[in-house]
Design a protein around this ligand. Sequence first.
Ligand SMILES: [Fe+2]
Ligand SMILES: [Fe+2]
Length: 238
Amino acid sequence: MELFDKNTKMTALVHSNHLLLPVLNRFGLRLGFQEKTVEEICTEEQIDLNFFLAIVNAYHHHDYSPENELKSISAKLIIDYLRKSHLDFLKVSMPKIEAALDKMVKNRKSNDLKIIQKFYSTYKEEFVEHIQDEEEHAFPYVLALQKAHDQKTNPLPKSLAEYSISDYEKDHGDVDVKLFDLKNLIIKYLKPDYRDQDCNEFLYELFHFERDVQDHARIEDQILVTKVLEIEKELKNA
Ligand SMILES: [Fe+2]
Ligand SMILES: [Fe+2]
């Protein structure tokens, strides 16, 4: 596996995987990279280099687990990134999916899309609930735990001592399966009176979103949870 490193040209990174573009945006990066390396751009934009590399590599290589980089990355930084992704999902990706679905519905005669609309709205409800749960429970717990760790708080308050990240971070399996089922429903059973471009657009959005969401879940499971478990071990066995 050839990982991106500090000497990789930022332009080359985009050429190797254009799906990284929204990831770069979450770091506040815009195009016009010239011949600059990842390290040069991170220094200029005051981005934590190790964290940036951990994220882009985890996105690009599904088997990559950035254990070494983890130690220097603060939980706050990871959560900031995850929150930006949540916002992206809710404000950019999902409205795009919905606009594509509406277009598809408008241009068709048969009403079998009702099932798809229903399926999508159930999926959305569960997905939004999952995000809210993280924002309201898991993330505040992690931030409080990191603070206690940094300030060497001893003994830990009950609200931290009695819980573990495994109580908060819910399984990602369910939402993944629903999204796959939605795609499958269309690919397998859609009556052929749709406009090709409408249906392709809708499916492209779904495939792209699925990829983004899976990557997000991997960052939560492999980067955040792994790091928090380590902090918990250190604090709770002290
Ligand atoms: Fe999340
Ligand atoms: Fe999640």
